[in-house]
Design a protein around this ligand. Structure first.
Ligand SMILES: Nc1ncnc2c1ncn2[C@@H]1O[C@H](COP(=O)(O)OP(=O)(O)OP(=O)(O)O)[C@@H](O)[C@H]1O
Length: 282
């Protein structure tokens, strides 16, 4: 990704933590992610067939759906790793082709080794998340402090000097989350961040995410189940076969009519509960 050079704007103050946010409205501002009628192919397969997805400033959106429905491809398209064959994508109001400010975006890919086979310590991998801010320049005090904080937030401070290869799969996943947090992004995109993480650390990560959200960070998550993140989620978007089949409140936050709100962009033909369960279980 291209390191950004533009200084980031001041964040809104953190204020009180947000314990539960049913019915919370997205903040009025241009969306941080605006994907419209997106199509994309992998090999010969049309994987995204007209996906519309927005993430408002300060909003937490969960992307759900069955295996192969196109969730990872959608978020990979959002971070510029999968080219669109049609439709449009804007990040922070800027078309992707002109977007350079990647330090504003933290991305945790679907579970993969944290080192890519290169021997490195936990701290080195987490510090690499800072490169989008520092480039290849020397790490300054603020950079070192951001890395320390990212390590603490995921419970890895005590493992900072260890080789990543000596960590378990779930611990490596936490390294990748730390790496994304180290950049102090305004938009966090995480593809199944809880995969392989034990329940205790899932709660720690949920608390961490809650702090990020309270600090004004927008979040797009690929999830298979809402789990401990459920109270944080403003909106769920369900994909099926490369199309959005539901876009609205998560189950239990839909005001009781079972249909939730529709932003007019996406058809939804069944209740959130049914759709989400169907999306997850088919
Ligand atoms: N490199 C590839 N080449 C060809 N097809 C691919 C490739 N990667 C993914 N696909 C196909 O794209 C479709 C969507 O895959 P994607 O990984 O986006 O799904 P997903 O919803 O994230 O699934 P999961 O829940 O299993 O992670 C699948 O049918 C998959 O087979």
């Amino acid at each position: 990704m291209t390191p950004g050079t533009t200084p980031r704007p001041p964040r809104p103050s953190a204020g009180a933590p947000l314990p539960h946010r049913p019915g919370r409205q997205p903040m009025a501002a241009e969306p941080v992610v605006s994907l419209r009628e997106a199509t994309a192919s992998l090999g010969a397969r049309a994987v995204l067939r007209g996906v519309g997805l927005t993430v408002g400033r300060g909003e937490v959106v969960a992307l759900l759906g069955a295996n192969g429905s196109g969730k990872s491809t959608t978020v990979r398209a959002v971070v510029g790793q999968v080219p669109l064959t049609g439709g449009s994508l804007e990040l922070f109001g800027t078309p992707l082709r002109r977007f350079r400010d990647w330090s504003r975006v933290g991305y945790v890919p679907q579970r993969s080794g944290a080192t890519g086979g290169v021997p490195a310590t936990v701290r080195e991998v987490v510090a690499s998340g800072r490169l989008s801010r520092t480039g290849l320049g020397r790490a300054r005090k603020a950079d070192r402090a951001a890395v320390d904080r990212a390590l603490e937030l995921t419970g890895l401070a005590g493992r900072a000097r260890d080789s990543v290869e000596a960590l378990s799969g779930g611990q490596q996943q936490r390294v990748l989350i730390s790496r994304a947090l180290a950049a102090e992004p305004e938009l966090l995109i995480m593809d199944e961040p809880m995969a392989g993480v034990d329940t205790g650390h899932q709660r720690v990560l949920a608390d961490t995410l809650r702090e990020q959200v309270a600090d004004g960070v927008s979040v797009l998550l690929v999830l298979h189940e809402l789990g401990p993140l459920e109270p944080l989620i403003d909106r769920t978007v369900v994909l099926r076969d490369g199309l959005v089949v539901y876009d609205g409140p998560p189950p239990g936050q839909d005001g009781g009519d079972g249909h939730g709100s529709n932003d007019g962009c996406h058809p939804h033909d069944t209740t959130p509960d049914t759709t989400i369960r169907t999306g997850l279980l088919t």
